[in-house]
Ligand binder design. Sequence first.
Ligand code: PBG
Length: 307
Amino acid sequence: MHIRIGTRSSRLALWQAEYIQQLLQAADVTSELVLIETKGDQILDRSLAKIGSKGLFTQELEDQLRSGTIDIAVHSAKDLQSSLPADLSIIAFTERERVNDVLVSRDGSLSLTSGQAFTIGTSSTRRVAMLRHYCPHIKVVDMRGNLQTRLRKLDDGHCDALLLAYAGVHRMHYDDLIAEHLPISDFTPAVGQGSVAIEAADTLPLDKLAQVRSLTNHEPTEACLKAERAFLRRLEGGCSIPVFALATWAGEEISLTGGLISLDGADILRETFVGPPAQAEQLGHDLAEALLARGGDEILQSIREAL
Ligand SMILES: NCc1[nH]cc(CCC(=O)O)c1CC(=O)O
């Protein structure tokens, strides 16, 4: 069997695609990478929240899934919209890496908890809002681009540190630059953070679908991400909305913590629900409903007006 894998060409995207290739090789499935440029790779001068993130890093890959020039598309799970078009679906989620965010700097003594004042570069509305909430002494500057671009801006003095997902930093071998691991209790990660998702069109032959899924899907991660993504979907959030959620599989149950935060960091709502893995999506939906009823609808409204 031979699988054509569509991927963006950033170093992190290539790492993810090659990781999938390795998993496929275990059963003698050969594969090739098809590099695809997306709009998100081209537009580098505007903030993601302003462009409107729907499909920004996925549209061109999805076009090729439909035309059949690729069999599967590989994404960071957290970059995938919460609702996919009806003819496409996620057929696998890989086992999650550590999910937390990290402070990255050339100065290893920097810490967010120490009260030191310094400047952090990030373009994530979730991270900006959480910094305003938990670390009001920190100055935030907007910073887009892939990891390598951001590190160059860090070295050029645009900021003292970056706030990034551990998963990407580790996969790019920048562990030496980690000044601090942030606690998930405060800096709850974005939905899907740390997992690689495989997307396919409903025209993919069933034998390919079954083989790819059996070699790459991690069931506990899949159940957790289903809960998180159902939560995000109910809030109609893309990755530019400061919504966060983390599900963990413990014993016989899934524990889902999710919330949302106003852009200025003033209002934050966070709640944990527990339920059976077989009803992961219901759990995400119910948690979202509960937060909407507790003032989340007003926070969302203010976010939408501001973005
Ligand atoms: N939004 C960009 C993005 N998409 C996935 C990762 C990191 C790896 C992952 O969580 O899958 C990153 C960078 C970051 O947020 O630091």
